[in-house]
Design a protein. Structure first.
Lengths: 94, 335
């Protein structure tokens, strides 16, 4: 992971969800904050530990959640930023 | 005579008045397509299109109670079942052409064909031909989502009525490439097309774009008439098989219905000589198949994604990160 890739993942996700224009994204190194109407909605941090990489999400007034992969981190972020967005589930045809 | 286990189905779609029926009519006059069954989906109480197709009633099934993509998927299965029954009784057709309505969204139709587990012999979607009116195509794309979506699903895009215009194809072709840079574009004068486009070996597995062209397409988004666009991902490093599954799941999860189509080859670490063939329509994917050898010189993942709000750097970053995570776990397991 690089700081640039970290920023790309977060900004690209906001774009995919159509919320990039409503939010202000501030990134610094491996952390960022997403602000809406001057209120910080969520802070995200990526860390590399001895046992592997983790993603920390701290939603305003909520306990921090820790995720072992980019997939679970973005799933949790979706519940904060756009809980009503319909998600797709991959189906493999036989 | 032994009947084939598979029957190829050619899906012909295209916006209202773009010339689908004329092309089918001309195709059916060719000797090579004499054993072709036709399914026509007409919208409205009075279906007219089938009257323009000169074929015997036996060869043609008309669906006129609604648009296939909306409510008629069951009817499509039934129509195919009816045709297969006739085949059992001795009418040996070897190909099906399915014409959609001009306002159809091809996605549910394609999904229905991909997910069909009933029909035997199996009817397989061979290719999707999309007719685009050279005169009105640009306007239709900018004004009608249906038109853009049809282009997005095309394997072959047919510019029709080219005999009526001069120098329009340039901007239209540019727009078509922006929406779907993996399709091949051909022109059709007076509704006549090369038979190879229907019967020839389809180069589904080829993604023939250079890096410069990819950049051009990726950056031309703001000039587009449609918000649907395609991005091409080239990835040189082989990835673990499980990375591919996690990657597809994450794309479906984040992009939802904005992911319209995904196809290409994936360079898998566990099978470096046989690229994995990936082909998905929205969240429905064909089973992963393995191509016998690399269809292009370089071993690398080449994927085309068509949809809305898809950023190429984001797709690359996601794939790189998932592969790193999988590599990390694999390394830990080995120690």
């Amino acid at each position: 992971m690089t700081p640039r890739r970290f920023a790309t993942i977060i900004s690209g996700t906001l774009k995919a969800w159509g919320v990039e224009d409503q939010c202000v994204l501030k990134t610094e190194g491996f952390s960022c904050s997403i602000t809406l109407n001057s209120n910080v909605l969520v802070k995200i941090a990526y860390e590399e530990q001895s046992f592997g990489s983790i993603w920390r999400l701290r939603e305003k007034n909520q306990k921090e959640s820790v995720h072992p992969s980019v997939g679970t981190a973005l799933k949790a972020l979706a519940l904060i930023l756009c809980p009503n967005r319909k998600v797709g589930r991959v189906v493999f045809a036989n | 005579m032994k009947q084939s286990e598979f029957i190829p189905l050619t899906l012909i779609t295209g916006f209202l008045g773009s010339g689908k029926t004329t092309i089918i009519k001309n195709l059916l006059q060719r000797e090579e397509l004499s054993k072709t069954a036709v399914i026509i989906n007409e919208f409205g109480e009075i279906g007219l299109d089938h009257h323009f197709i000169e074929t015997s009633d036996e060869d043609l099934v008309e669906l006129s109670t609604g648009c296939l993509c909306c409510v008629m998927r069951g009817d499509l299965q039934e129509a195919i079942a009816r045709l297969l029954k006739k085949r059992e009784a001795g009418w040996l057709f070897d190909r099906i052409i399915l014409e959609t309505t001009g306002m159809a969204d091809p996605a549910p139709i394609i999904q229905s064909l991909v997910l069909d587990k009933i029909s035997a012999p199996k009817v397989i979607l061979d290719r999707v031909l999309v007719t685009v009116d050279s005169v009105t195509g640009l306007k239709s794309i900018s004004e009608f989502e249906e038109c853009s979506r049809q282009v997005a699903f095309g394997d072959i895009l047919l510019l029709t009525k080219t005999d009526l215009v001069e120098n329009v194809e340039g901007s239209l072709e540019k727009e078509l490439m922006h929406i779907n840079n993996n399709a091949e574009i051909f022109k059709s004068d007076f509704g006549i097309i090369d038979l190879e486009l229907v019967l020839g070996e389809y180069k589904r597995q080829t993604i023939a774009f250079t890096e410069n062209e990819i950049d051009k397409h990726s950056h031309s988004h703001s000039h587009s008439h449609s918000d649907i666009m395609s991005v091409s991902l080239y990835f040189e490093t082989p990835i673990h098989a499980v990375t591919l599954t996690l990657f597809l799941e994450l794309l479906a999860e984040v992009l939802g219905s904005d992911l319209i189509r995904l196809k290409g080859f994936v360079y898998i670490k566990e099978a470096p000589e046989t690229p994995a063939v990936v082909h998905g329509v929205q969240h429905i994917f064909h089973p992963i198949a393995w191509h016998q050898s690399w269809p292009y010189e370089k071993k690398e993942t080449q994927l085309v994604l068509i949809g809305r709000s898809i950023s190429l750097p984001w797709v690359r970053a996601i794939l790189e990160t998932i592969e790193e995570e999988v590599e990390e776990i694999t390394r830990q397991n080995e120690n």
